[in-house]
Design a protein around this ligand. Structure first.
Ligand SMILES: Cc1cc2nc3c(=O)[nH]c(=O)nc-3n(C[C@H](O)[C@H](O)[C@H](O)COP(=O)(O)O)c2cc1C
Length: 349
């Protein structure tokens, strides 16, 4: 069923959005956060040119189902025609398309994708116009997700040009392309909000429902978007301070249903949530993890460890969490060593 995202932006209501996250904001994770008051979800960034080039890429990069709405598909693109073709391919299965103008990674900017587009307002305008003219449904939203310039006037100019070209709404990650963990510039988001009449979404460091409220009070935006906050606590938008156990079990069910092959990663990640792990998580080497965790069936075994491999794996998981939880017992060093031995053993059995 089609949803009109624009109808969700009512005065005084803050729309809660799950950010695009490469590797993470896939169908299974979206199904989880939707159970916990997330209003709109984004797919991970998909490279429009690859998507159009290969049907294999289309099958692997974009999976959805009937319940997965409202859904915004995010593309990386540097050319109006390719973006328009990709948008028209996904339009029947989604409610909006978003252009990534915020990814600061070097490979992306070298290809003309992501954050470098904030310096190309005319190209962004042309991409928006082309999508608008290609997708017939007038309710289908066309949005951009940007980072800010050091000179904020350039960001205001970009957003105003995008608005004139027909963009439906803008998400502002309140950092420059060079900034990583610096504080979010909420004042800049407020200035942008005051300079356009389309809805503006604030993004950056929203980690709880209290942060949602304080971001709204500071900026008066129409919605907030969270990435790492939701990875750490997928139930955050429903007001939970920590991930409830119920949410962990929901994840196990969803992951088994969707045949996600790294269930434990989320189980561990969601579990109670020791801070250092939550900070580390997005940066953990994905391949190391998938090498350790290559089947959903291990989840069931992890919960009832009987065999050698799952046994080793549970030790590994336990040891990973333990140093953070049993600090007071001074066991953490041997446990860390144990964790890596257990991993080695798990990999070789
Ligand atoms: C694991 C991970 C993957 C991300 N992938 C994308 C992406 O595909 N597209 C995008 O625009 N931003 C991506 N981002 C950036 C987030 O959407 C968001 O802008 C940023 O993390 C700041 O929000 P936060 O403080 O709530 O994490 C990613 C961030 C993380 C942590």
């Amino acid at each position: 069923m089609d949803s009109n995202i624009m109808d969700m932006f009512e005065k005084g209501k803050v729309v809660k959005i799950c950010a695009p996250m490469v590797r993470y904001s896939k169908l299974a994770f979206r199904s989880l956060v939707r159970k916990y008051d997330c209003d709109v979800c984004f797919t991970p960034m998909i490279i429009a040119a690859d998507f159009m080039r290969s049907s294999k890429a289309r099958d692997s990069e974009f999976t959805t189902n009937r319940a997965d709405r409202p859904l915004v598909v995010q593309f990386a693109a540097n050319d109006p025609q390719t973006l328009a073709e990709a948008a028209s391919a996904v339009a029947p299965f989604s409610d909006g398309v978003d252009l990534n103008c915020g990814c600061p990674q070097r490979w992306a900017t070298a290809e003309g994708y992501g954050a470098c587009l904030i310096n190309e307002p005319e190209l962004v305008r042309d991409m928006i116009r082309q999508v608008r003219s290609r997708v017939e449904n007038p309710k289908y939203s066309v949005s951009i997700k940007i980072r800010i310039h050091k000179d904020l006037r350039r960001t205001v100019d970009l957003c105003q040009k995008a608005e004139m070209a027909g963009v439906s709404w803008v998400t502002v990650h309140g950092r420059t392309a060079e900034e990583r963990h610096q504080p979010v510039h909420y004042d800049a988001i407020k200035t942008i909000k005051d300079s356009v009449s389309i809805p503006v979404i604030a993004n950056g460091d929203v980690k709880s429902l209290k942060d949602v409220e304080s971001t709204y009070l500071h900026t008066r935006v129409d919605g907030v978007m969270a990435a790492r906050g939701l990875l750490a606590n997928p139930a955050m938008f429903a007001g939970y301070e920590n991930t409830p156990l119920e949410c962990v079990w929901d994840w196990v069910d969803i992951a088994l249903e969707h045949d996600v092959n790294n269930t434990q990663t989320y189980v561990v990640y969601c579990w109670k949530f020791p801070k250092p792990l939550s900070v580390l998580w997005p940066y953990l080497n994905h391949h190391v993890w998938t090498a350790c965790i290559h089947s959903t069936t291990i989840t069931a075994n992890l919960l009832r460890p009987t065999g050698m491999y799952p046994g080793c794996f549970s030790i590994f998981v336990f040891c990973l969490i333990s140093p953070l939880e049993v600090n007071k017992t001074h066991l953490h060093v041997p446990l860390w060593v144990g964790s890596w031995l257990a991993t080695l053993l798990a990999l070789t059995t």
